[in-house]
Design a protein around this ligand. Sequence first.
Ligand SMILES: [Zn+2]
Length: 136
Amino acid sequence: MTYKRKKYHYGDTHLQKRWRTKRRKKDLDEIDEDLKDENAKKLLNQDIDLDKPGNAQFYCLHCARYFISDQALKEHFRTKVHKRRLKALELEPYTIEESERAAGKGSYQVAKKRKIETQTSHEGTNAMEDDAGNSE
Ligand SMILES: [Zn+2]
């Protein structure tokens, strides 16, 4: 059996597609920037953007993701992905390796672990923190 026609024209659309997508995830250090007050305010009060899910009105700062509704955003806050992300951000911008190295030197200040909290939702309907099992 022979192939009727060879794929002469593969093209490079598969490559272009990869570059075209805006799916590139933000790195933690970029998100770290986003968490700074003035940036956070901007991101949480974005202009309506019809190209974004939920018109860019429901954004999770920590995960750099848009959600379609306040409900979806709140649900997201309760997911493991989100909580894991908060933990990861608490350690940023210092890597664990780095803080261990610093600890070994004694006189160095150990990287302070920051407390990262979920942003409050737009509606402000008691966004209760429900991770009580979070022992320090
Ligand atoms: Zn999140």
